[in-house]
Design a protein around this ligand. Structure first.
Ligand code: CU
Length: 370
């Protein structure tokens, strides 16, 4: 009898010791407020840190607005985090806490939430972050795993794929090891620039003449898109929300000798990034930094529902196309971006030894088929 009382008391003490209020009181960590920036750019951050864990505060606002997704001006009803497709990349270090305030302004028409693949419990936070128009919520989770991970809206039922593939409600978190990135032998790796490329597949209905329809309202866009997306044949596959978003004056920049980290996410569908004329020197194909990176990759694989990271040092100047090496998706549906690289050409790596010229006649005769 006496023993059972002690067991009950011990259990009560344990319960009290682990109440949320107590945990809150214990979490006296330094706080850092970070303002997010629109992709392909990434907010300033340390690649390795000597400081202890922090609580990193982010704010994101859900923006519902029509968004142009191709050169023809086709408009989808856009559901977005912070007004961009994809949402911003958040960077923290392993052991930090992400504290996100998610705002759904009253002007919006839909309920939204956020599922962080990097977090643990409660549907990745999806169960604790449902906000109707006019509401906001704050969620904190501990970054216990290093790597790049997607986040996405997951409001339930068909609204899950609709918010992700129609509007583009996804983005990524990069949880860096506290001592930074490393190669397969544990040597430190450093990047001079980081770009975040979010890939999206869109399913835009056509009118009776076969032209893409444009949409300004979810009530108009969602039912027709739902029907189309169930066939699993996208009308657009794009980087940064629209065809050509990272080309021309918006091409990604680098210099010969610079090392660039490319974070690539796809919340719904598989992709095969390839840098024409370059490589992935180090590739974390599944994006998780405690696994040794793959070396010298030509094309790597991003599984739908994940993010990956590739590190490359540019050796030659010029225009590089970064695309999904399903070439139909890249050229016909939009999945390509450009890197514009400045610097000195290296003849040792490549040289046009003889310019195109007519085939000399003797050789031409020899080559003539019988
Ligand atoms: Cu949503």
């Amino acid at each position: 009898m006496k023993l059972s009382i002690w067991i009950v008391l011990a259990l009560c003490a344990l319960t009290l010791a682990s109440t949320p209020a107590q945990a809150e009181a214990d979490l006296k960590l330094p706080r850092e407020r970070v303002t997010l920036v629109a992709p392909p750019f990434v907010h300033p951050h340390e690649q390795a840190t000597k400081s202890g864990p922090k609580i990193i505060e982010f704010t994101m606002t859900v923006v519902e607005k029509p968004m142009v997704i191709d050169e023809a001006g086709t408009k989808i009803f856009g559901t977005t985090f912070n007004g961009s497709i994809p949402g911003p990349l958040m960077v923290v270090h392993e052991g930090d806490y992400v504290e996100l305030t998610l705002i759904n302004p009253a002007i919006n028409t839909l309920m939204h939430n956020i599922d962080f693949h990097a977090s643990t419990g409660a549907l990745g936070g999806g169960g604790l972050t449902q906000v109707n128009p006019g509401e906001q919520v704050t969620l904190r989770w501990k970054a216990t795993r290093a790597g790049v991970f997607i986040y996405h809206c997951a409001p339930g039922g068909s609204m899950i794929p609709l918010h992700v593939v129609s509007g583009g409600m996804s983005g990524a978190v990069m949880v860096l090891p506290r001592d930074g990135l490393k190669d397969e032998a544990g040597r430190r790796l450093h990047y001079d620039r980081v770009y975040y490329i979010g890939e999206n597949d869109f399913y835009v209905p056509r009118d009776a003449k076969g032209n893409f329809e444009s949409f300004a309202e979810a009530s108009d866009y969602f039912p027709k898109t739902l029907e189309l997306m169930r066939k699993l044949v996208p009308t657009h596959v794009v980087f940064e929300g629209r065809v050509g978003a990272l080309t021309g004056k918006d091409a990604l920049r680098a210099k010969v000798g610079e090392t660039v980290l490319i974070v690539h996410s796809q919340a719904n569908r598989d992709s095969r990034p390839h840098l024409i004329g370059g490589h992935g020197d180090y590739v974390w194909e599944t994006g998780k930094f405690h696994n040794p990176p793959l070396r010298d990759q030509e094309t790597w694989f991003i599984r739908g529902g994940s993010a990956g990271a590739a590190l490359y040092t540019f050796r030659q100047p010029g225009l590089y196309v970064y695309l999904s090496h399903n070439l139909i998706e890249a050229v016909e549906l939009g999945a390509s971006a450009h890197f514009k690289v400045d610097g000195q050409w290296n003849d040792d790596l490549m040289k046009q030894v003889g310019a195109p010229q007519p085939i000399p006649s003797a050789t031409a005769l020899q080559a003539k088929p019988k």
